[in-house]
Ligand binder design. Sequence first.
Ligand SMILES: [Cu+2]
Length: 308
Amino acid sequence: MKNINYVVIVVIIITVFASCKSDKKGQPKIDDLVEANTDNVVEVIAKDFIFQVDSVIPSGWSTFRMKNTGMMEHFFLLTKLPDSITFNDYITGVGTAFGKSWNAYKNGEVDKEGAYGILGANIPEWYANATPMGGIGMISGGQTGVTTMKLTPGNYVMECYVKAVNGQFHSELGMINPITVTDNVTKMEPPVANVEVILTNDSMEIKGKVISGKNIIAVHFKEHPEVGLGNDIHIVKVDEKTNMDDVTFWMDWLNIGGLTSPGPAIFLGGTHEMPVGYTAYFHCTFEGGDYAFVAETPIGRFKIFTVE
Ligand SMILES: [Cu+2]
């Protein structure tokens, strides 16, 4: 009995001493917590028309969770900037070029080909070396999108280019943020998917079955068009009122009324393009019913599926 008491007292003393020690130093305790927390979640709040998000995030795998608390549809596309290029260079160079092109088309000064010509003539040369690095696909007001992606260190731009009723891009109204991705690498591993999507220029191949409840959908980027936006994927709810021609028309930013709130259906997320060889994982919870995968690129691509 005496011996047991002695052991208990010694253990208590050692425990108190050890916790005092780590409290005093502070650091070891924090490191332990970071190591234990392998899921790195980056919270994003989308409002009409701002993003609330940390401006500095680690590299490696992270899960981005964006709640759309606004009335309008929102998404975010991440673009990694070439080393010498700043956030302001992006706004003045890329933002202005898209604005000029869209305004000329909207005002009836040029056709679509002419609008793309204006875009090509005004976009800065360095834009060829900027890299689309995924994002969260289109989400309707009140919905939450969740996408897991791997990022490399560097300077990024987060933006939404849905259009307001007056035709201005949300990025022009404030939905554009600089993000620094640091050398600190998360300890997160990519999730396990129950559905795989393979995107090429000619096809959207779906492997596996979307089920009622939680799904993790892996999107493999195998190919992209040589010019313009890359192949991407978004999810839309399909009901008796949904017209897929309206949906695909709406997904084209260069249509009058395209990407302009309010959208023609309920959007539930997805992911934007990443470089060839990358995989993004989006998480989506479904009830029974009909849905469609729909692309911004290539224009007109969609595939309807049923969740039982
Ligand atoms: Cu937006």
